[in-house]
Each structure stands twice: as C-alpha cells, then as structure tokens.
Design a protein around this ligand. Structure first.
Ligand SMILES: Nc1ncnc2c1ncn2[C@@H]1O[C@H](COP(=O)(O)OP(=O)(O)OP(=O)(O)O)[C@@H](O)[C@H]1O
Length: 639
C-alpha cells in the first residue's frame, strides 16, 4: 500500500496553510498533504476547537485492564515490534505506541525524557487518540484513512499537539479487519526521517505473523514476482478453503491488484493459471498482473502440545547462540530442570533470558510439550492471577465466556516460564508458593483443585536477592525458585563482539538473499565497541533497521549508524547527526535554498521508505545527484 502524507510541505508552508484554512480561505493540495487537509476538514465540520484542551478522558485502571485483556493476543504479537521500533528511534527520543482499532493507547515503550512531555498531552495508555476526540493526529487519522499517515508539528489540528511528530500504520487481520495500530511519536523539534517507513515495516511484520498456524486444514499460497521475497513480510499470502479465497495479506492483494472485497469473491483458478501444485514446491504461475513464483503450504491441524499463550518473542535463528560460559551454564541448567530443580535466570534487560529459557525447553525431554510463558510485569496486577490460575465460566465481569484454564494448566507436562518474576505482586507470590509446594491449582471462581506437572523457569532483570532484602519479594518463594541461578552476561562484557555482530547480521538476512548488504570494517568495529545498554534486544533492533534501510549489495559505513553509536568525530570535523536516524535534526529553518533542498530530499526519502533510487525518481533527479546532495550534508547518510 502506498505511504500517505508525503512529501510533506516544509513547516512554514504548513503554518501558512493553517492560517488560510482557519480564516476560511481555500487551501490547495500542494500546500498541505491531502490526508491532513481531509482530516482538518472533518474536524472543522465537527466544530472541534483548535485551542484549549482537546483530549478524551482517560480510562480508569480497571477499564484499561479490560481493554487490554480484550486485545491481549495483539499486545503479545506486537511487543517485539514495539521494542524494535523504540530501539530504532531511540536517537530521536521517540516513543513507540500500540493502540486498539479505535485509537485507544494500549501500550507505550519509550524514552523517559519525551515520555514525560508526551504524558502532558496525554499520549499514554488508557487515552483515546481517535480523530473524533483528539482532532487530526497520526493515530486517529490513519485509522480513519485506513492507511499509514504521518502528522508533523502544526499539521495536528489541536495547537497543543504541535509539539509532536507522529507516524502511524494500521494493522489488519487476514480478513481485512482493522485490529490495531502501531505509532512512533516524538518531539516535533526532532523530525524522524524514517518514522513512517519503520511503522509500516513493523505493521507488515505483525500482519505476516498472523498467518502462522492460523489456518489449519487450509491451503496457503505464498507468492511474489521476485522469489527472494518469499518467506519475508513482503511476500503475498492468499488463503484458500476448497479453492475459494477466504483470507489474504495486503501485499498479496496488491500484487494482484485486488481489494479486500476479493475475499470470498474469487477462486484459485480466477487468480492463477494452472493447479495449486504440491505442497512445499516452488513454481512459476501466470496472473493477470504478470508472472509470479508461488509456493503452496498446507497448514495441518494445530499440534496437541502447541506452545501456549505466548508465541516466542525471542526466537533467534539457528547457530551458536551463547558465549562459551553461557553454553556451559545452559547444559547444567537443562540437567537440573530434568531433575525437577527450578532455575532462575538473572541478567540485564535484553540479555537473552527468554532465549535462554527457550533453549532449556528445547534441549530438555519436555521439548515436545508446551512452553507456557507469562511476563509478570506486562500483565496488569488485576489480571495476572486469572492468567496463571485460569477461571471458570463467568467468574468475573469481562471473563471469556468459555472460561480459561490458566497457564499453570496449559504448562502441564511442559515448562512454565515466569518472566520478570521480580514484578509479581506480593499477594500473588503466596499463592504461587502454594502451587509450587502442592503442585495443585484451583481456578478462580471455584472448581476442583487440579494436579499439575511442569518444570519451572523464572527470570528477572531485577536483583531478586535485593528485592527480598527490600521486602518486595518473599524470601521463601525466592529460595524455592532460585535453587539454581544463571546470570547472563551483559553484551558489552563479551569477548569478540565483532564476530558476534557479524554473525547476527548474517542471520538477519532473509533466506536466499542474493545481494545482501554488508557492514564496512569500521562500521562493524563501531557496533562492536558500543556499550549496548539494551543488550541483544537493542543490537538486534539496530541491525534490523540498518538492514531494512540498506540497498541490495550496499556496504554500510559509519554514516549509516545512529548518532549515539557512531564514534565521536575528530576535532574540527562536522558533527551533524545522520539524517537517516535523526531526521536532520540540525536542519536550518526553511528559507535558505540549501535548507529547502534538504527538507525536500529528506521528506522524499522518508516517503520512499529510505530507498534512494525511488527517492531520486520521485524528485526527478539522477541517483548520483541525490547521492551528491546527501554527501554534501556532512557525515550523514551520504550513500
Ligand atoms: N544470544 C543471542 N543471539 C542473538 N540474539 C539474541 C540472543 N539473545 C537474545 N537475543 C535477541 O534479543 C532480544 C531480547 O532477548 P530476550 O527477550 O531473551 O531478552 P530478555 O533478557 O528476556 O529481556 P527482558 O529482560 O527485557 O525480558 C530478542 O529479540 C532475541 O532474539
């Protein structure tokens, strides 16, 4: 789907358009992006004020908990993307946001500095940013327009929101229903050049994963004009039930020039020449829009022992995963797990605690059985009890009608992973202790106690011993769960980090990629030298963004790195931040020709998802001319 709202007019042009609009004068489409003008018009027709307070009342904690529970699956699926978005945008002080399909903020991941200012305009969980309540803004307007939208500074309808620049992309399910939205919001003073492309990419990834195991007994056709996209979020996916098209992703419909109304209206033979073919085989097929390569997949019935509740947010590709010491710890931890000894994993955030827990499960004799995981810090206090213990039908308001058996029982026969156990409320700690002692669970709302058999792995980035000393964690529970503790090292303490970065870079390449971009030696060295406070999570997030923005076959230099990772320039050298990551934060106010040119280039690059060839085409200049302009902008993304 094409990305809306670009190239954006420079800020002065927006202010002029604003004056014209609110004085009743006509505003032309070249003075203001079309989706913004449409949105202002809708808000004005509703009689919304531009000055003063324009915001919805926040939900109460209890109401928010119910809304979050309703969208629990979406929240779990979006967590990795929210974190990757935040890591990608850390240099621009932005926060990553997930909303429900009507614009209610469910979760935010963000930088403290900006998060405080964002809270002043109520950009926080429990507040609705629907256009009808809050005026033009990326969240509400993208939901109305049903497409990605960026709203910068004065393009917001309400004056108070002029401090923000936001980019949002809606998430659709395989039937075309809007199920949520991802947004990246930051201070308007630091425009983030690639925000729109990043949120779009993140939404694509979430939508792509919605197909995993979701259509048992159906035929899934994965296809693309270029086979290197097969298996990536850009491949087309169509789902057929007895040859009838019943579900799809947006790239799939776009490749065939169809809209959501094509579902149930077409059969396989209307769309592709030839037969469905054999599962797993790749073959060429003709469509009305040219030839594609397709691969048929038949999804089987879901396995009896499917990993429960939470899909892995931490899957890492095959290959050696840990340093030598951690590998040894892993072997020992597996043996203890087999012997029924609970294992506690400690380590800084992003150090790989969940990956380690998954590995323990995979290497243990319980690997064919469930791996049930819950993040005790992410589930609201009021819900964690029901998440663990389950509940009987209608046990409390908002309970799923059919009841829910709870994670203790879902883990039966397998492994229960209690992540961030240090954040478990004290009241619940006693109940957990009882379950661990008695190996029996009684669901909320009554019912018979039931025997459970699971191996327990707990993890926390907090120092649990210290929590015990502070009285925030029960000592008896601590001794029960911490019979063997593994402490994962921080990334910055590992030896041979260059080899590690190079390995992860290689593993991030889509299968079969012919012309993979590469890291130059100084870029690799800078990445290895950085101290990575967010550990693997942050490193993987940054590498993913570098990959997504790189051209095929390109060698990335230091200038491709976010400003905080690039080594400080030698004295006297120009030190403006890379436009690729900062959005040209130091860009002069529009007015001189150089600034206007830079603004046009940056906006067009953003609109082209960072693709230099595409940006050059839109600007009507040769690729080498665009390169020259970028190089002239100092040590920016002059590639
Ligand atoms: N050894 C590794 N090699 C490559 N990537 C890794 C490794 N360990 C972790 N990662 C990646 O880092 C990210 C964070 O990992 P994980 O969720 O396991 O960290 P964590 O310590 O549990 O974090 P938190 O404390 O915040 O829950 C994941 O995307 C994961 O794929």
């Amino acid at each position: 789907m094409p990305i809306a709202a670009a190239p954006a007019p420079p800020p002065d042009a927006v202010l002029a358009a604003r004056r014209r609009f609110f004085s009743g004068a006509p505003v032309t489409e070249d003075a203001l992006a079309v989706p913004i003008l449409r949105s202002w018009t809708r808000c004005a027709e509703r009689g919304m004020p531009v000055a003063g307070r324009l915001r919805a009342e926040p939900l109460t904690e209890a109401e928010l908990a119910v809304r979050r529970e309703r969208h629990e699956m979406l929240r779990r699926r979006c967590r990795p993307e929210l974190e990757a978005l935040h890591a990608a945008a850390s240099a621009s002080d932005s926060i990553a946001i997930l909303t429900d399909p009507v614009g209610l903020v469910l979760d935010t991941v963000g930088a403290a500095g900006f998060a405080d200012r964002a809270a002043q305009v109520a950009l926080r969980p429990g507040v609705s940013w629907s256009e009808a309540e809050t005026g033009t803004n990326a969240i509400g307007t993208a939901l109305v327009e049903r497409r990605p939208v960026e709203v910068r500074g004065a393009e917001h309808y309400a004056e108070a929101h002029g401090i923000l620049t936001c980019a949002a992309a809606p998430i659709h399910d395989p039937f075309g229903e809007l199920i949520g939205l991802l947004d990246l919001s930051g201070p308007a003073s630091v425009p983030h050049l690639h925000a729109l492309a990043l949120v779009q990419l993140a939404a694509d990834q979430v939508e792509h994963r919605l197909f995993e195991g979701a259509f048992p007994g159906h035929s899934l056709v994965r296809f693309h004009r270029d086979p290197i996209y097969l298996g990536t979020a850009r491949e087309g996916i169509l789902v057929f039930e007895d040859y009838r098209l019943v579900a799809a992703n947006r790239p799939g419909l776009a490749l065939l020039g169809l809209g959501w109304d094509a579902l149930k209206a077409h059969r396989f033979g209307d769309l592709f020449e030839g037969s469905l073919g054999k599962a797993g085989e790749e073959r060429r097929a003709r469509t009305a829009r040219g030839d594609v390569v397709l691969r048929l997949e038949r999804q089987g019935a879901p396995a009896a022992a499917r990993p429960a509740r939470r899909e892995s947010v931490a899957a890492v590709p095959a290959g050696p995963r840990f340093d030598a010491q951690t590998e040894k710890d892993l072997g020992r931890a597996v043996r203890l797990l087999e012997a029924g000894v609970p294992v506690l994993i400690q380590g800084e955030t992003g150090a790989g605690k969940e990956v380690f827990a998954h590995q323990m499960h995979l290497l243990s004799s319980r690997s064919g059985r469930p791996f049930a995981a819950v993040n005790c810090a992410a589930v609201p206090e009021g819900l964690i009890e029901s998440e663990l213990f389950g509940y009987e039908e209608g046990a409390f308001t908002g309970a799923r009608r059919a009841g829910f058996k709870g994670l203790f029982r879902e883990a039966d026969g397998g492994v229960l992973f209690l992540d961030e156990i240090g954040d478990m409320p004290l009241s619940l700690q006693s109940r957990l202790l009882r379950v661990l002692q008695e190996r029996e669970v009684t669901p909320l709302g009554g019912g018979r106690p039931m025997k459970v058999d699971f191996a327990l792995i707990c993890a926390s980035h907090r120092d649990l011993k210290q929590r015990v000393e502070q009285g925030a964690f029960r000592a008896d529970l601590y001794f029960r769960i911490a019979q063997y503790t593994v402490t994962l090292p921080a990334l910055r303490t590992l030896a041979d980090r260059e080899a590690l970065v190079a390995r992860i870079w290689r593993e991030l390449a889509p299968a079969g990629e012919a012309t993979a971009p590469s890291l130059s030696p100084d870029c690799l060295a800078a990445l290895a030298r950085h101290d990575w406070p967010g550990n693997f999570r942050q490193l993987v997030g940054v590498l993913r963004v570098l990959r997504a923005l790189a051209e095929p076959g390109e060698e990335l230099g230091l200038d491709a790195l976010p400003a905080d990772i690039r080594p400080a320039p030698a004295a006297g050298a120009c030190a403006s931040p890379s436009p690729a990551w900062s959005g040209g934060a130091t860009m002069a106010a529009a007015g001189d020709l150089g600034a206007v040119t830079r603004a046009a280039i940056e906006a067009t690059l953003a609109a082209s998802g960072g693709n230099i060839s595409e940006a050059a085409r839109r600007l009507g200049i040769h690729r080498s001319t665009l390169h020259r302009h970028l190089t002239m902008q100092g040590p920016g993304r002059g590639r």
